[in-house]
Design a protein around this ligand. Structure first.
Ligand code: HPA
Length: 271
């Protein structure tokens, strides 16, 4: 594993040459269009990167992008790997290990999520303050490599308080409504039953989604500071009768995307 990470990092250094970014962004739902703001971008297709998982979704662009967002050097993942697609946890989180090897210290991540919190509305942005891992396994299961992080890492500060405060301040200045909440990570790919949404709310969740938690666990293990923001694309619970669909999720995400991007762009500028 260590050899593979080093191989991949060496390859990327040889492709990029210049200084490596200390900030990485996973362009999940609601951040896809951020690529249009990355200047001097060098696109490295996943399929050309040694040891990288290959994207299963037809026509889905998978690229690592090295460029600048404002004045800040960044590395962006266009397309992420979901556990529900059949990837192993090691594959899902391999890009985070490569980021670590390249010297990334700050990780920004977005996703779509179903809201259980009764104050949430469709299209809300939720700054993730914490998560509950309900994936069937941890990406840290198996041999621990001390050079990557400790065997028993703390998850107390998996989501950086400092970045949450900064995102809050920016949202307030821009007049963008942001909620705070706990993200429940599940394997999917089915959306939840009404009883499951209810259950996730009772155990302390505010929103549920099918990504992010594996990457954040590995980022925390690697000592990175993380900011995660969800777009609430649908609502779930016992009294909610509207069925979530992929189309509705996409539509709600598209509507909220400009607000998500505004916060993230400004935040990167202030790092
Ligand atoms: N459940 C799980 N994942 C999701 C949802 C949901 O309701 N909405 C968007 N991603």
């Amino acid at each position: 594993m260590i050899t593979k990470i080093q191989q991949t990092a060496d390859y990327l250094r040889s492709r990029i040459g210049s200084q490596m970014p200390s900030t990485a962004i996973i362009l999940g739902t609601g951040l896809g269009a951020l690529v249009d703001h990355i200047t001097d971008g060098v696109y490295v297709p996943y399929k050309e990167i040694p040891n990288f998982p290959v994207s299963t979704v037809e026509g889905h662009s998978g690229n690592l992008i090295f460029g600048r967002l404002g004045r800040q050097e960044v590395m962006a993942m266009q397309g992420r790997f979901h556990y529900y697609e059949g990837y192993t946890m090691q594959e899902v989180t391999f890009p985070i290990r490569v980021m670590q090897a390249l010297g990334v210290k700050t990780l920004l991540v977005s996703n779509a999520a179903g809201g259980m919190n009764k104050e949430f509305r469709i299209g809300d942005l939720m700054i993730i303050t914490d998560h509950i891992n309900l994936f069937p396994e941890s990406p840290l299961r198996g041999k621990n490599y001390e050079e990557l992080g400790p065997r028993f890492p703390s998850m107390t500060k998996a989501y950086s308080r400092e970045l949450i405060d900064l995102a809050d301040k920016i949202a307030e200045e821009k007049g963008i409504r942001v909620m705070h909440g706990v993200y429940v990570g599940t394997q999917g790919p089915a959306f939840e039953t009404p009883a499951e949404y209810e259950y996730f709310r009772i155990i302390g969740g505010d929103a549920v989604g099918m990504s992010t938690v594996p990457e954040v666990i590995v980022a925390a293990h690697a000592g990175m500071r993380v900011l995660g923001v969800s777009i609430i694309t649908d609502l779930g619970g016992k009294e909610i009768t509207v069925e979530p669909s992929h189309e509705d999720v996409q539509a709600a995400a598209a509507e909220a995307q400009p607000r998500m991007m505004e916060i993230m762009r400004e935040l990167v500028g202030q790092l």
